[in-house]
Design a binder for this molecule. Structure first.
Ligand code: PEP
Ligand code: MN
Length: 329
């Protein structure tokens, strides 16, 4: 209640979200207070005027949340990975008109995310938002869940009208990264933020390292720069001009790549005729060295170049392999 009352004083805060049932990785960790908490949430709603929002992971949660006047529901990342769970919740939502937010699944699987959205939509729910909370990723990163912005951006392309709320708390896992990720979300035209707050994070029962106290939440929100999405006429025409240039250059880039692949095929055939292996390490090492040197002189980043060269090389080898197979070699 004290957290709710403090954050309600911040003008940007519109909704109080609280986990009543918490999916935990291992048993024995704090799993939420359960139904009792729904009463607290209702009291907090009355005291603050904020809308309330809880995670539902089972049909029974939906029923209980509705009974207790919750305004918005959300499906958590662990629920969204399981189409059976999503479907059973969708069935429980039928006939209601409550807004539903759908977190991305734990793994970077856009189709699974879209699938969950479709199941909820097919149950007759029309107010749907997506929540981007980052993805589990095996490589080391400063984040708890890698943001992989290309996936929510791709979701916007697939379902243009869907608002996407970003959850910097679960992406970052620690407070020091929250400002940067929140700003990035706004700069990428995401539609809102879901940020965890606690009156005293040091005693929070879960995720203490990523919680902000209400004063720090206020500072974070006030520091955010909300940039114009459109810009004025002059900005638009200059942007248009630059984009036309990019379109032209991309066209040239693709033509050059296609020409390169044609020559790769020719080399493949020539190797077949002369019984020579596909991969010639010495040549490849030479290419890397030469292209890196030229590219970095042109101001291109070394890692970027290396990734690009590897990608082109892999595709070239694949092309020649196909040629070899076709010739029955
Ligand atoms: C949460 O929102 O507190 C939560 C448990 O997050 P997620 O479902 O993204 O892991
Ligand atoms: Mn949490």
């Amino acid at each position: 209640m004290s957290t709710a009352k403090e954050i309600a004083k911040i003008p940007q805060v519109k909704v109080l979200r609280a986990g009543i049932w918490k999916p935990r990785t291992r048993p024995g960790e704090f799993e939420g207070v359960g139904v009792e908490g729904l009463k607290w949430l209702f009291d907090a709603k009355r005291a603050t005027g904020l809308m309330t929002c809880v995670e539902v992971a089972e049909p029974a949660h939906v029923e209980l949340a509705l009974e207790h006047g919750v305004d918005i529901l959300w499906l958590g990342a662990r629920t969204v990975v399981n189409p059976f769970s999503v479907q059973s919740i969708a069935e429980a939502l039928k006939g209601t008109h409550i807004p539903v937010m759908i977190k991305n699944p734990v793994s970077p699987d856009l189709k699974l995310w879209i699938g969950a959205i479709e199941r909820v939509y097919n149950a007759g729910i029309t107010k749907i938002m997506a929540i981007h909370r980052g993805f589990h990723y095996f490589q080391k990163s400063p984040f708890r869940n890698a943001p992989m912005w290309e996936i929510p951006i791709e979701l916007k392309r697939a379902i243009p009208n869907i608002p996407i709320i970003v959850d910097p708390s679960h992406i970052c896992g620690r407070r020091s990264l929250l400002q940067e990720i929140s700003q990035k979300a706004l700069d990428l035209e995401m539609d809102g933020l879901m940020i965890e707050s606690h009156i005293d994070p040091s005693v929070a029962k879960t995720d203490a390292a990523q919680q902000l106290n209400p004063a720090d939440l206020k500072t974070l929100l006030n520091k955010l720069i909300i940039r114009d999405r459109q810009g004025d006429q002059e900005f638009q025409s200059k942007l248009e001009e630059l984009r036309t240039e990019i379109d032209k250059l991309d066209g040239e880039l693709l033509e050059i790549l296609s020409k390169r692949m044609e020559i790769i095929n020719e080399i493949g055939d020539y190797k077949i005729e002369n019984d020579i292996t596909i991969l010639q390490m010495k040549r490849w090492a030479g290419i890397i060295e030469d292209r890196l040197s030229i590219g970095t002189h042109l101001g291109l980043d070394k890692d970027f170049l290396l990734n690009l060269l590897k990608l082109i090389h892999t595709e070239s080898i694949k092309k020649q392999e196909t040629r070899f197979k076709q010739q029955g070699s």
